[in-house]
Design a protein around this ligand. Structure first.
Ligand SMILES: [Zn+2]
Length: 124
């Protein structure tokens, strides 16, 4: 299920611009699937690094831990940003929001002035 929502952007001051995001909201089974995929990926790396001499003492527990970390992060994520656009409140440059995990506030770096643009849900 995807939906378009209105957002409000700011660069940590009183200026606001509007924009919109196309998002996919995860339901419980999407979340579980994403989390398990991440767990499988990192634990796979952990298993492979068992074969590496010396560094496996570090890598095996590290990847094992990262697996938990990213799985937890994926589980906490509300969904995915598919697409989006807004304008930079500072310089007015058009900002394209790329694909990524949906965690409020969504942030994107302005390509023109390098400020971090924070996007928040616009209250209806
Ligand atoms: Zn800018």
């Amino acid at each position: 299920m995807t939906e378009k929502i209105s957002i409000e952007s700011n660069v940590m001051d009183e200026r606001r611009t509007s924009g919109e995001l196309e998002i996919k909201i995860f339901n419980q089974s999407d979340k579980t699937r994403t989390a398990l995929k991440k767990l499988a990926l990192w634990w796979g790396l952990s298993l492979i690094s068992v074969l590496l001499p010396v560094v496996h003492f570090v890598l095996v527990p590290l990847f094992f831990f990262l697996g938990f970390f990213f799985a937890w992060k994926g589980f906490k994520s509300e969904g995915q940003v598919l697409d989006g656009k807004t304008t930079c409140p500072h310089c007015g440059n058009n900002i394209k929001v790329g694909k990524g995990e949906l965690n409020w506030p969504v942030t994107e770096i302005c390509q023109s002035c390098a400020r971090v643009v924070r996007m928040e849900k616009k209250e209806a």
